[in-house]
Design a protein. Sequence first.
Length: 462
Amino acid sequence: MARQQRSSSALVVLAIGVAGWLLLSHVAPTFVGVVNPAAHGRVRGSTAMKGFAEEFNAWKSTLSADEAKQIAEQAQLAMDKKFSKTDEYTADLPEEKQAALTQLLGKFVEVKDGEVEGKDLEAAPVRPEYDALTKLMGDGSNQKRVFSLENHIVEIDRVAERRYQYALGREDVLKQRDGIEMYPSSPSVEQVKFTLDDKTRPAMKKALEVAAGIKVPEEIDATKFKEELKKLSDAVADPSKTAVVLGQSAAVEELMRMNLQKALNATAEGMKADGTYKGDDTWEKETKLDVTIDLFNDIFTKWSASNAEVGLAADSYKNIYSNIEKETKKTKADVLKEVWAGMKAIGEEFPPLDEDMLTELAKESATPDFISPWGTADKLWKSVAVDRFGAKYLIGIFETQEEAKMAYAEWKKEYDSNFGVREEEYKSKTKIAASEEKTDAAAKDKIRNVLKEARSNMGYTA
């Protein structure tokens, strides 16, 4: 229960956020998508992709059977040399179909005067700058700046890694044993800002009323849920509030997007088949919303259980390390005997343990002197040195940001010290080049003298 109590607040936010977004999408369809990308940063990529897929499929449905076959062949055989020489390869769709596709793409890709997102379509391709290193080095007199380093402190989320470790193993077991996949359990939450105005505020109030009737899964503190729901309702009722921010569960949202239309179609067809369909008006105003809420309850309850299972497993990994008792009296011999006994219990027979070996192992404690924070910490910090060429050098992994910074500072001192020695040996690229040129000139003179002497000995005077 400890895990559930700690995460109940976050789950409450998820429940309210998803319920609000979902119900609003059906109580007031015009409300969905009010987030302005310019004002609020970004819109989920899945939202844009979903809209494009729907409109593109709608455009494809306008094609005749021959036109659909034509574009399918052109796509599948694009790299076929024989096909590229046929008329089918260069055939175009009717102008009105092409214009419709261009208009569709224009909604998702901004095209202005031969440019896409500021890039000139006719511009020559960017070629690599082959003398970039020479330009960067200059005459070699400023190598300290050229080879300067930056310190990057990277956060390591050990809770997320433990969750991923369990979910990955659990998924593999379920696939091999039962042939099924694990139900999505990601706790990822996205914050979405909803604008409140004369049209959207009543819709939000209605949505919250419906959300209040949703059955709260066992993993969530029902009292806390109601308190948070009331706070949100009060904020929506406050005329001075122009917007509210809701947390959406990415996993639940994606499942709703993938399954909602299927559930609605299946329910409508079933009702029409058994004669309980009361008409389109009743379907749109009542039944459709009931089906949506039922689907949401089912998905959210299953997701909550899966999320709690993964969270508890991740906590158990941590507890294994946290509960190691340094004062334990067990020796390595004791542990080895327990392993042998355990293997025998499951039907595995091993040869008897050597008594001399057990005598030696009995002198060594089974408990490590140092317990790595990798097993117990929720967050760790990785200190990395990055040079101007993008190469990365791991300094170490630490429990605090301060330790990570201090470790880099110590490492940087040693780096600068060694670099100073190098600078003394090679003052500049110019001096190195001059020395090489002088050596080359002396070698050339020596070769000329040898050739001149050989020609003289052979009787050549020219």
